[in-house]
Design a binder for this molecule. Structure first.
Ligand code: SAM
Length: 317
C-alpha cells in the first residue's frame, strides 16, 4: 500500500519502481476506494496540493499537472490546425484521461467542437469531480464534452477516419491499461484519425523506463512513419525520473518543422489567447531538441525496416 505511517506523520510512497520511489507527506486522505478496475486515492499534500493516484502510482498533482496536460493538449490542437488550416470543428478523442485534465485544455480552444473522453473506469471521473474538481475545472459541464465509460481499445476500433486529434492520456502499461500500448492499438488509432489527423501520447520516463519509452516511440514511428513523428521531453516533479517523453505524429503528412511551422503555430496561439501556465509554441518546439544519444536512436528508427512503414495495417498477427 502506498500510504505509510511515519514518525513525521502520514507519507505516500509510489509503487512504480522497486529501487527508487517518489514520496511525499500527506495532510489528508480525501478519498480512498477500490473500484472495479483499480485503487483510487485522492490526497491533499503540503508540497504538491491535491494528488490523484491509481494503483499506488501518481497520475496528477495540482502542483505540476499543467505541464503535462497543456503540452499534450495544445501541441495536438495547434499541430492539427497547422497541417490542416481549419477555423473550427475539431473532433477530439481522449483515451483514458478520466481526470479531465486533457479535456479541460482542449476545451479552451473555440475551434474544438467535440471532445470524447473514453475511460474504462467511471469512478475516476466521479471521485475527481467530488474531491479534486480543480482538475477538470468544469470540463465535464461543457456541452461539447461526451464521457464514454468503456475500454478504449474496443471504442477506437469502432471508428475509422473520424477524429482530428487523439490524445492517449493513459497510465503506465500496467493492468487494464496494458492493451493501450503496442502497435495494434497505435494502428487502430491511426485508422480512427482523418488524414492529417494528429496522435499524441506520453512515452514514459526516459531514464527509468527507457525500454518502454523506446518501444512506445518505435510503435508510433513505425505506424505513422518517422517523417511524421516527433519526440518531445517534459519534466514534472511527480513523474519520477527527470525527462518524460511525449510523442506527436500526423497521419499521412510530414511533421511540420522550421520557422514557417513555428510562425503558424504562434499566430494560431496568439489568436486563441489561451489562459495557460506553461505552454507556448516555442516551448513545444524546444522540447523536441533531444539529447545526443536519443537524437542518435531517432536516426536509427529511420534506418529500420523500411517496408513496415508502407502499410500501417496491423502486422501479420
Ligand atoms: N496522466 C496520467 C499519467 O500519465 O499517468 C494518466 C491519467 S488518466 C487518470 C489514466 C486513465 O486511463 C485512468 O482514469 C484509467 O481508468 C484509464 N484507463 C486505463 N486503462 C484503460 C482502458 N483500457 N481503456 C480506457 N481507459 C483506461
Amino acid at each position: 500500500m502506498a500510504l505509510i505511517e511515519t514518525n513525521a506523520g502520514l507519507w505516500f510512497q509510489e509503487d512504480l519502481y522497486p529501487e527508487i520511489a517518489c514520496g511525499f507527506s500527506v495532510s489528508a486522505v480525501l478519498h480512498c476506494e477500490r473500484s472495479t478496475f483499480q485503487d483510487i486515492l485522492i490526497l491533499d499534500t503540503p508540497a504538491l496540493g491535491k494528488v490523484l493516484a491509481l494503483d499506488g502510482i501518481v497520475q496528477c498533482a495540482q502542483k505540476d499537472e499543467a505541464i503535462y496536460h497543456e503540452m499534450l493538449a495544445h501541441s495536438g490542437v495547434l499541430l492539427r490546425q497547422t497541417v490542416v488550416p481549419t477555423e473550427g470543428g475539431l473532433d477530439v478523442l481522449v483515451v483514458g484521461g478520466g481526470d479531465g485534465g486533457i479535456a479541460r485544455e482542449c476545451l479552451k480552444h473555440a475551434g474544438v467542437d467535440r471532445v470524447t473522453v473514453v475511460d474504462i473506469d467511471p469512478r475516476v471521473r466521479e471521485t475527481v469531480l467530488t474531491y479534486f474538481p480543480e482538475l477538470p475545472a468544469g470540463a465535464y459541464a461543457d456541452a461539447r464534452l461526451t464521457a464514454v465509460d468503456a475500454d478504449a481499445v474496443g471504442f477506437v476500433r469502432q471508428h475509422r477516419n473520424r477524429f482530428d486529434l487523439i490524445v492517449a492520456d493513459t497510465p503506465d502499461p500496467v493492468g487494464v491499461a496494458t492493451p493501450l500500448f503496442g502497435r495494434d492499438f497505435v494502428t487502430d488509432c491511426h485508422a480512427a484519425l482523418q488524414d492529417g489527423g494528429v496522435f499524441v501520447r506520453h512515452a514514459g520516463s526516459l531514464l527509468l523506463q527507457t525500454d518502454e519509452f523506446a518501444r512506445t516511440r518505435d510503435d508510433v514511428a513505425v505506424v505513422f512513419g518517422p517523417a511524421c513523428t516527433r519526440t518531445g521531453l517534459l519534466a514534472t516533479c511527480t513523474y519520477l525520473g527527470g525527462w518524460f517523453g511525449w510523442l506527436a505524429a500526423i497521419k499521412g503528412v510530414a511533421y511540420p518543422e522550421g520557422n514557417d511551422a513555428l510562425r503558424t503555430m504562434r499566430t494560431l496561439f496568439a489568436r486563441v489567447a489561451l489562459k495557460v501556465h506553461w505552454f507556448s509554441p516555442e516551448l513545444q518546439v524546444a522540447s523536441q531538441v533531444l539529447p545526443a544519444w536519443l537524437a542518435g536512436t531517432e536516426a536509427n528508427i529511420s534506418r529500420r525496416d523500411d517496408n513496415s512503414w508502407a502499410s500501417p495495417d496491423r502486422e501479420s498477427s
